[in-house]
Design a protein around this ligand. Structure first.
Ligand code: ATP
Ligand code: MG
Length: 586
């Protein structure tokens, strides 16, 4: 990990205080606990950077742990992708890769202990009956008719559940707490359900599986986690985790909740991304339009750029929504420092330089990265037949168009000043420009100091190689696709989010790059090599335009990373309606 100056936030304040009082003997041990039921997204990246970042700052440890308690939704593919993504972000868990499912036996033994203490019981009610008897925020719940079973009967039934004697949904194990508790999570929550399904990690050893609320605190306890950092939805679950750990008399981590990341113009949910992958709205979990880690990687975002973003947004106690342009701004900042420059033309227009001999090839020396002199220079070929961008020429330009037009002079980057003498048309369309160059301006220098208003990118027609270039726009047409009253997010999918250009021409040097290599096309933006590239076909993705929409907002005084409009109320309401999204009913 490159050194990144240490951020300050309320979580680090809590840790400092714990270190001062010696609460955990100076230990700092965090974890990132994904459920392997989908690919990770930028929200998870925030949590990863926070947990691994804190461990690094305090010379502590951070575990990667799969919270794999629900085999109905979990798959090996997701486990593999999560490992790849966390590593790609630049973090290392050494030998501390854990699976919650490896603790199933311990959890089972602890459940038996609670039953023995009269603190858990087997309930024969159906899922609907249980959910209908929970009561509401204002009304107490109703006690199950099976709540008073004897310890002996409960022990026997629970063992029989484990042995596969009952069908799915016919029995559950519940904690025996208080059906009138003001916190709904404390109303005899379900601890185990019967699920006759093999598990991607534990195999077919189990047919009862622990609920998330039962398992999660135990996993933290078993691993000796000191600070269990999670998103705000779990604040109301903390009393339950504490209750379990207290009743068992085992080690307690400190849970700390922070605000989840939301971004404008995108949902932030594995469930929604899974739907979009399954119904073909996107090409896969790694579609460059998705803010999944694999999508961002394929789009050309860099790990350092994502880490920079995570550090800049910080952590807070109140949910809010971050401006998508701010994410791009951070990515661009990193890419600007690190990307080699090339030239490429998206929609080519032929230019013939009349006073440059046919067949003569000049090698022009240009900087690989003006931001980084150590990157050196590269050679580009200049000939009498060039290609420039169609939109860089206008036959009858308006006043504010400074690029090429008949009779006008511009600079070709790193080459010469050229003047357009004639636009050749076929069927009313400009198909070729006849230009002349000024030999005194070789390298783009102007010895007499005369002004040219613009510099164009170009390639030599004879040397350029063909490429397919994929241009991406926001996947959604509204800032909050999940928050449009009474309407589905699917109604706001942007039909123009992907444009594929197949006749692009680029510098031949790009052929030497490997999959996912990142670079800048001068004047156009940041790009990377898509893994669809073959020996015959070069495929490139536009990562981001050069234009920094967020910096413009900032300069106009609107550029807080958080979107500036009032949406907090909506976000808060939504996260409480959604609950935790975990398997919290049998
Ligand atoms: P989703 O809601 O997209 O399905 P999740 O919360 O179910 O995500 P988990 O696998 O439980 O996904 O997430 C692992 C960790 O990442 C958890 O500690 C969770 O709090 C954190 N996390 C998930 N989403 C976000 C987010 N948007 N911002 C910050 N942290 C998040
Ligand atoms: Mg969730």
């Amino acid at each position: 990990m490159p050194p990144e100056e240490g951020p300050r936030d309320f979580i680090r304040d809590i840790i400092d205080e714990d270190n001062r009082t010696g609460r955990f003997n100076g230990r700092v041990h965090t974890r990132f606990p994904p459920e392997p039921n989908g690919y990770l997204h930028i929200g998870h990246a925030k949590s990863i950077c926070l947990n691994f970042g804190i461990a690094a700052d305090y010379k502590g440890l951070c575990n990667l742990r799969f919270d794999d308690t629900n085999p109905a939704k979990e798959e090996q593919e997701y486990i593999d992708s999560i490992i790849e993504d966390v590593r790609w972000l630049g973090f290392d868990w050494k030998d501390r890769l854990f699976y919650g499912s490896d603790y199933f036996q311990q959890m089972y033994d602890w459940a038996v202990q609670l039953i023995g203490a009269g603190k858990a019981y087997v309930d024969d009610q159906t899922a609907d009956e249980i959910s209908n008897s929970r009561g509401t925020l204002t009304l107490p719940g109703k006690e199950s008719p099976w709540r008073e079973r004897s310890v002996e009967e409960n022990l026997r039934l629970f063992e029989e559940m484990r042995d596969g004697r009952y069908e799915n949904g016919t029995k559950v194990l519940r904690a025996r707490i208080d059906m009138a508790h003001p916190n709904m999570n404390m109303r005899d929550p379900v601890m185990y359900r019967i699920l006759k399904l093999p598990h991607p990690h534990a195999g077919d050893r189990w047919c009862i599986y622990p609920m998330y609320d039962w398992a999660h605190g135990l996993e933290d306890s078993i691993e000796g986690i000191t600070h269990s950092i999670c998103t705000l939805e779990f604040e109301d679950h903390r009393p339950l985790y504490d209750w379990f750990l207290d009743e068992l008399g085992v080690y307690h981590p400190q849970q700390i909740e922070f605000a989840r990341l939301n971004l404008t113009y995108t949902p932030m949910s594995k469930r929604v991304f899974r739907e979009m992958v399954e119904n073909g709205t996107v090409s896969g979990w790694d579609d460059p339009r998705l803010p999944t880690i694999s999508g961002m990687r394929r789009r050309g975002y860099s790990p350092a750029g994502i880490r920079l973003f995570a550090r800049r947004i910080g952590v807070a106690k109140v949910n809010s929504t971050v401006d998508l342009d701010f994410l791009e701004h951070c990515i661009r900042e990193d890419l600007n420092r690190t990307s080699p420059r090339f030239m490429g033309v998206l929609r080519p227009l032929r230019v013939v330089i009349e006073n440059h001999p046919e067949g003569k090839v000049e090698e022009m020396e240009v900087a690989v990265n003006p931001e980084d002199p150590s990157a050196g220079s590269r050679k580009v070929h200049f000939t009498n037949e060039l290609l420039i961008e169609q939109e860089d020429f206008m036959e009858s330009p308006p006043r504010d168009f400074f690029r090429l037009a008949p009779g006008r002079e511009v600079r070709l980057r790193g080459a010469y000043l050229v003047t357009c003498r004639e636009a050749v048309k076929r069927d009313g369309r400009v198909v070729e420009l006849r230009c002349t160059l000024d030999p005194a301006t070789r390298g783009g220098n102007v010895p007499d100091g005369r002004k040219v208003k613009s510099t164009l990118h170009w390639v030599s027609a004879a040397h350029a190689v063909g490429a397919e270039i994929r241009l991406y726009e926001n996947l959604f047409t509204v800032e909050d696709p999940m928050g449009q009253a009474g309407r589905e997010y699917t109604e706001f999918i942007n039909p123009g989010s992907l444009e594929v250009l197949t006749d692009c021409k680029v510098e031949p040097a790009l052929r030497a790059l490997g999959p996912l290599d990142r670079f800048q096309f001068e004047r156009l933006g940041y790009f990377c090599v898509d893994p669809d590239t073959t020996a015959e076909r070069l495929v490139l993705n536009r990562t981001a335009r050069l234009k920094d929409a967020w910096a413009r907002k900032r300069d106009k005084g609107q550029g807080a990373p958080q979107a500036s409009y009032a949406r907090l109320g909506k976000e808060d309401r939504r996260s409480s309606e959604r609950g935790t999204g975990r398997s919290s009913s049998p």
